[in-house]
Design a protein around this ligand. Structure first.
Ligand SMILES: [Zn+2]
Length: 459
C-alpha cells in the first residue's frame, strides 16, 4: 500500500546468470518459525498448497455462508494442526472427508483429525455469519469491510483470517480458487483470472482462479454493483495479458487511468523483468479505509486513482507479491521497492530524480520520524507502515545504487525479481544477491540503512 495514504531510467541488460546457481532453490516449503510481529499466527508444521474458497453472500444482510477446503502437505506426522480464523461460526471441519474434532482458541482454529495426517492432506471448514472488520493496532481497518452495496475483503497484514480459515502468514503461499455466489446483478471480483460466470435464476456464481502462489494478505474479494472493463495489455515481450477492471458504479475509473495501467506495467517490466502473473486490472470501490492495497493481480483503490499510486501498486506485483517477505520485519523489501519505483516513474516524467528525492529526505532533521526505528528493527506492529519502512527503505536502494553504479544496480533489480519469483525472501537474501551482482562487500551499507537507529552518517 502507498505510504501517503496510510501514514506510502534506463534499465540495462542483466547478464549475470552465475548468480542463479548460487542462490538456494525456490519452491520448497518455507520452513519458517513464527513471525516475529505476529507470533501467534500461522502454523509452520504444514505447507498450504491450494485454497478452494466457496462463498455465498447476501449484500442486504452482510451474511456469509462459506466452505473453504485447503490442500496442504505435512512433512511429519501431525496429530493436530491450526488454522487462523476470527469470528464466524464454524459448523463442521473435515479432514480427508472424515469429521474432525476442532476447538476455537483466540485466533486459532485447532483441528484434531480422527487419524494423524502426514504428507498430502485436505481440510474443509464450513462456517457462516457476519464476517468481521478487523481493527489494527495503528487504527486502520482491514478484513471484511462493508461498502454501500456489498463488501470488500482486504488482508494486510492479518485480516484475511476474518473470512478464510488459513495459514495466515506471508511465508506460506498457495494458489486459490474462489466460487462466489451473489444475487444476480451483483458482481463478485477476486484475484487471478475470471474462469466462469454462471447464472441460475436469482443467483450468479463467479469463479476466479489465482494459479500463481499468493500470500494470504494479498487475497481479495470485492462484491458490489460494479461497472466492468475487460481488455488486454501488451507486455514488452508481446504477451497479451488479460485486464479485468471493476469500478463501483458511483466511483468510475477515468479512461486516462485505465490507459495508464498497461504503461505502468511495461514501465515495470523494463525495470524488473516479465510481469509475474496471468492477469491484471484494478478494483475501485467505496470502502473508506484510507489506503490502496496491492491485492494480487488486481489492486484495490478506495477512490479516484492517481497514477503514482497505480505505479506503486504495480511495482508490488514484483516486490511483495511475487517476491514475498518471509517475515513482516522485512516489509521494506516490498514498500521500499514500491516507493523507489514511484521515484523512478516521477523522474521519467520529468520530475525530481531519485538522487534529489534522497537528498531532500536526507536533509530532514535527525528528529524526523523517518530515522527511528530503523526499517528492520521495529518491534511494534504499529510501525509496520511507518516512514522508515517506505522512505528509508527507498533511500536504502538509492544508497546501494550510488555505491555499485547504475549498471550493476539495474541488473540487480532484475536478478532479484527473477531469483525469488513466486517465492519468499529475506533481507539477508537481498544482501547476498547484491554482493554477488556487484562483487562488493555491502553488509555495512545495509546495516547502516536498515538496522542503525538514527540517520546514517556519511551518505
Ligand atoms: Zn505499498
Amino acid at each position: 500500500m502507498p505510504s501517503l495514504l496510510r501514514g506510502r531510467l534506463a534499465p540495462l541488460l542483466a547478464v549475470v546468470p552465475l548468480v542463479l546457481a548460487l542462490v538456494p532453490a525456490l519452491g520448497a516449503p518455507a520452513a519458517a518459525g513464527p513471525d516475529t510481529l505476529f507470533p501467534r499466527l500461522g502454523d509452520a508444521s504444514y505447507d498450504a498448497r491450494h485454497y478452494d474458497v466457496r462463498l455465498r453472500y447476501d449484500p442486504s444482510t452482510n451474511r456469509l455462508r462459506a466452505r473453504t477446503s485447503l490442500r496442504a502437505v505435512a512433512p511429519t506426522r501431525l496429530t493436530s494442526f491450526q488454522l487462523d480464523l476470527v469470528g464466524m461460526r464454524v459448523t463442521s471441519v473435515r479432514v480427508g472427508g472424515a469429521k474432525a474434532r476442532w476447538r476455537r482458541s483466540g485466533q486459532q482454529l485447532v483441528v484434531t483429525p480422527r487419524r494423524p495426517v502426514e504428507g498430502r492432506f485436505s481440510v474443509t471448514v464450513a462456517y457462516r455469519g457476519v464476517p468481521r472488520t478487523y481493527r489494527d493496532p495503528d487504527g486502520s481497518r482491514e478484513g471484511w469491510v462493508r461498502t454501500g452495496d456489498g463488501a470488500i475483503a482486504l488482508g494486510e497484514p492479518v485480516g484475511t483470517m476474518t473470512w478464510i480459515p488459513s495459514d495466515n502468514t506471508p511465508g506460506d503461499k498457495a494458489s486459490y480458487t474462489y466460487r462466489i455466489t451473489v444475487p444476480t446483478g451483483t458482481t463478485a471480483v477476486a484475484n487471478g483470472d475470471l474462469a466462469r460466470r454462471a447464472t441460475h435464476g436469482r443467483r450468479t456464481t463467479w469463479t476466479w482462479r489465482a494459479r500463481d502462489p499468493m500470500a494470504t494478505y494479498l487475497a481479495m474479494v470485492a462484491i458490489g454493483r460494479f461497472r466492468g472493463y475487460h481488455s488486454t495489455a501488451r507486455s514488452v515481450t508481446g504477451r497479451r495479458i488479460p485486464v479485468w477492471t471493476f469500478a463501483d458504479r458511483d466511483h468510475d475509473v477515468p479512461r486516462s487511468v485505465r490507459r495508464t495501467l498497461p504503461r505502468a506495467l511495461r514501465f515495470a517490466e523494463r525495470l524488473f523483468g516479465p510481469y509475474p502473473f496471468t492477469s491484471t486490472g484494478m478494483v475501485v470501490d467505496d470502502a473508506d479505509v484510507g489506503y490502496a492495497l496491492e491485492t494480487q493481480t488486481r489492486p484495490f483503490y478506495p477512490f479516484a486513482v492517481d497514477t503514482v499510486t497505480l505505479v506503486h501498486e504495480m511495482a508490488h506485483q514484483w516486490f511483495g507479491n511475487s517476491v514475498t517477505v518471509s517475515d513482516w520485519h522485512d516489509l521494506w523489501l516490498a514498500e521500499g521497492f514500491a516507493t523507489y519505483t514511484e521515484w523512478l516513474w516521477e523522474a521519467r516524467r520529468g520530475g525530481r530524480t531519485p538522487a534529489q528525492q534522497f537528498d531532500s529526505l536526507y536533509a530532514q532533521p535527525a528528529s524526523a520520524r523517518m530515522w527511528s526505528p530503523a526499517p528492520t528493527e521495529f518491534t511494534d506492529s504499529r510501525d509496520l507502515f511507518g516512514a522508515p519502512v517506505y522512505q528509508r527503505g527507498a533511500m536504502t536502494l538509492q544508497a546501494l545504487r550510488e555505491r555499485i553504479g547504475d549498471a550493476d544496480f539495474f541488473a540487480f533489480l532484475k536478478i532479484w525479481a527473477r531469483t525469488y519469483r513466486h517465492g519468499n525472501a529475506t533481507t539477508a537474501d537481498l544482501v547476498r544477491v547484491a554482493e554477488q551482482v556487484s562483487g562488493q562487500q555491502l553488509d555495512q551499507l545495509f546495516a547502516d540503512w536498515l538496522e542503525l537507529d538514527g540517520r546514517p552518517a556519511g551518505y
